[in-house]
Design a protein. Structure first.
Ligand SMILES: [Zn+2]
Length: 284
């Protein structure tokens, strides 16, 4: 077992059909079945049994329709942070629209938990591709951290920070907690999220986590409740999105459970950024 509470676990609390970039799904949404509650309770049970806690980035509109579930997540010891309200990508709005959506979600979450969210994650890791300074907007709204910058194409860019770090914006500083990725000759690839987490063997993921802990760095893993659903409802998606959404789901529940036997994960707000190291750590 790795030293307790070095790395972070994050969960986007949203429906299996909260998929960006598919206009048709917006109009079909009302008729699509909900799996949110059963998928989320399955994850809560697993985290409780394995002694890990996480940060739940809750979609405002999900909190509006399922306030009791959000209460249950908070009561289980997890952090409630913001995933925005409408799951609109930061690339599809301007700063005013982004802030309005952010504030709407914060109001819904605060009404349920009694505290304003300290952390934020944009839909589809889109903040790094926005045309405005999304991090500065978050600083102005009082957020302590963001977890939206993936250093992996096409979700983000390889020049974005790959490990948790404090960033300076024109409005002040903010912590950035990006999802775990690694570099290869073919470019950066996801390790702690999306297809990386689903398809890489756990021993490879654990090796990355151990090495980062040795280097005094923290890692962020990211899952969705629907990824623990071995047979989520099917929706016709473009090929790339189909793979991103459906590949590797079969064994994911057991895989995450096994991973949590070997490493205890913590909510972001309970982790401090590592002290600056004497030397710049080598990448990976
Ligand atoms: Zn999302």
């Amino acid at each position: 077992m790795m030293e307790a509470f070095v790395h972070a676990l994050t969960i986007d609390l949203e429906e299996w059909h909260d998929i960006c970039g598919v206009p048709a799904i917006e109009s079909d949404r009302r008729s699509l079945p909900s799996r949110l509650r059963e998928d989320a309770l399955r994850l809560l049970e697993m985290l409780d049994r394995r002694g890990s806690r996480g940060t739940f980035f809750v979609l405002g509109r999900v909190a509006e329709t399922s306030p009791k579930l959000v209460e249950e997540v908070a009561a289980s010891g997890h952090e409630i942070a913001s995933h925005g309200h409408e799951h609109r990508m930061a690339t599809e709005t301007d700063e005013a629209g982004f802030v309005a959506d952010l504030d709407r979600a914060a109001r819904v979450l605060e009404a349920i938990t009694g505290t304003r969210p300290q952390g934020h994650r944009a839909a589809a890791w889109s903040l790094g591709r926005a045309k405005f300074d999304g991090l500065a907007a978050l600083v102005r709204r009082g957020y302590r951290y963001d977890s939206s910058l993936a250093a992996v194409r096409p979700l983000g860019r390889p020049d974005l920070p790959a490990t948790p770090v404090r960033l300076t914006t024109p409005a002040g500083t903010i912590e950035e907690w990006p999802p775990l990725s690694a570099s290869s000759p073919l470019g950066r690839y996801p390790v702690g999220f999306a297809l990386g987490l689903r398809l890489l063997p756990n021993r490879v993921i654990l090796k990355h986590l151990s090495r980062m802990a040795e280097q005094g760095r923290r890692a962020v893993l990211a899952v969705h409740p629907w990824e623990l659903d071995p047979d989520p409802p099917r929706y016709r998606l473009p090929l790339g999105l189909h793979i991103a959404h459906y590949a590797g789901l079969g064994g994911m529940r057991d895989k995450l459970d096994d991973l949590l036997r070997h490493v205890k994960l913590e909510r972001i707000d309970r982790l401090a950024l590592p002290e600056p190291l004497g030397t710049v750590p080598t990448d990976d």
